[in-house]
Design a protein around this ligand. Structure first.
Ligand SMILES: [Zn+2]
Ligand SMILES: [Zn+2]
Length: 423
């Protein structure tokens, strides 16, 4: 009997996991620079946390949630996204008592029951940030710039930044009526899903992948042309801050992020190298969400990026600097009689922060060297009975083949020097 991973999931094997860790490490470094702190929320929440916030008419809530009843008859849902849990926590933990805005980041798996395809899984990883408590357009710009600068930090060069404004609660009802009227008149040209959307959630009409629907929606009225004065002023400020940092952007009125809670600024970053599934990150402002969770009226903004797709993009044009995870020293035991002494040396090296390993498979010396070579270990220490008697070992640099004899009591110092210089 052999088991396979559930459909839509995958193992992140060590060679890939070290790359993910690198991406996460770079993110955390940058988030700190921007004043963001980590938060860790449960993987599952009460189902209502998501139905209330994401919107009951969205695809996520309608078809994609992993919802189950636990043994205590509670309806729980594996989180399909990271913002709602963070806002739930902001309200529950009274973070409005802290200096505002509260700036948080999270990383971890999310779950959506979607059709699996290249780069899209049912369990997928996100890195995200939220800045809660300020409606300053400079915070919008900060969120966008943080995402842009993070992608640059991991070596991405070809990026397109799309921005849009979804307006406020005053702009939307009027606009939605206008949109409904427009779509109603074009009903015959729309796909079945879109016909349903006209009544259920007309904003989602822009999300349809059907070409005919897209053609129809290209001429639809755009929210960005119907913003109130305050919202268009806010948007102008955001653009100004981006221009100050020489960040190019394209205004994309069709950019309606797939969740109901967005207000004002929304944004998305696309890597043209990725083909159809080319969005690698995006987010927006959600000024009504905290209230929705029973907190005081509090604005907020954030973004999330998908680790899988980012890793693909970095594979294509970025740099994975993952060396620091590899083992640096291998102790080759030439003679079983030297095993105990070799293990002693191994722990001596490790307690001096030298990443090191030894053979655990009773291999011949030759097979030990082959295995260590396959692992890409650079320095070999040869140890047999003769070396023990002489109190000295041979250290070989596999990169240039250089060998030196080193006294046992100087080995730690010698290797520390070599490994330090190689870094
Ligand atoms: Zn407005
Ligand atoms: Zn459609």
């Amino acid at each position: 009997m052999q088991f396979r991973v559930p459909k839509g999931t995958t193992d992140i094997v060590p060679d890939v996991a070290v790359k993910w860790q690198y991406l996460e490490r770079k993110a955390v470094e940058l988030f700190k620079t921007y004043g963001y702190k980590p938060i860790i929320t449960p993987i599952f929440e009460h189902t209502e946390v998501f139905t209330r916030s994401i919107g009951s008419s969205t695809d996520i809530v309608q078809k994609e949630m992993y919802t189950f009843e636990d043994k205590g008859k509670r309806s729980l849902t594996l989180r399909p996204e990271g913002t709602a849990p963070v806002i739930r926590s902001y309200v529950e933990q009274n973070m409005n008592q802290l200096p505002q805005p509260v700036k948080l980041y999270y990383t971890g798996p999310m779950f959506r029951y979607e059709r699996p395809q290249a780069g899209r899984y049912r369990q997928f990883w996100q890195i995200g940030v939220e800045a809660i408590g300020s409606d300053d357009p400079a915070v919008d710009a900060e969120s966008i710039l943080l995402l842009v600068n993070y992608f640059k930090a991991v070596g991405l060069k070809e990026l397109t930044l799309y921005i849009n404004s979804m307006g406020c609660e005053n702009d939307r009802p009027q606009y939605i009526e206008m949109l409904k009227e427009y779509a109603e008149a074009k009903r015959e040209s729309l796909c079945n899903d879109c016909v349903k959307r006209v009544d259920l959630n007309p904003l989602r009409l822009f999300d349809c992948k059907n070409e005919t629907c897209q053609a129809v929606m290209a001429d639809a009225p755009k929210l960005i042309d119907h913003l109130c004065e305050s919202c268009s002023g806010h948007f102008d400020e955001v653009k100004h801050y981006l221009e100050m940092q020489c960040v190019n952007y394209t205004i994309k009125p069709e950019l309606v992020r797939g969740l109901d809670y967005y207000t004002k600024t929304t944004f998305e970053i696309v890597s043209p190298l990725l083909g159809a599934q080319n969005a690698i990150g995006g987010g927006g402002r959600y000024n009504k969400l905290v209230e929705e969770f029973g907190g005081p009226s509090t604005p907020g903004i954030g973004f999330a990026l998908g680790t899988e797709r980012l890793a693909l993009a970095v594979e294509k044009e970025g740099v994975f600097d993952v060396n620091e995870n590899s083992t640096e020293v291998f102790i080759a035991v030439a003679d079983p009689a030297a095993k105990h002494a070799a293990v002693n040396i191994l722990y001596q090296l490790r307690s001096n922060d030298i990443s090191s390993d030894i053979d655990y498979m009773n291999r011949s010396l030759k097979a030990q060297l082959n295995a260590a070579n396959r692992r890409g270990i650079r320095y070999f220490v040869f140890l047999g009975s003769r070396e023990l008697e002489a109190g000295a070992v041979v250290v070989k640099d596999m990169e240039d083949g250089a060998q030196v004899e080193v006294k046992l009591n100087e080995l730690v110092e010698h290797l520390t020097g070599l490994v330090g210089a190689a870094k």
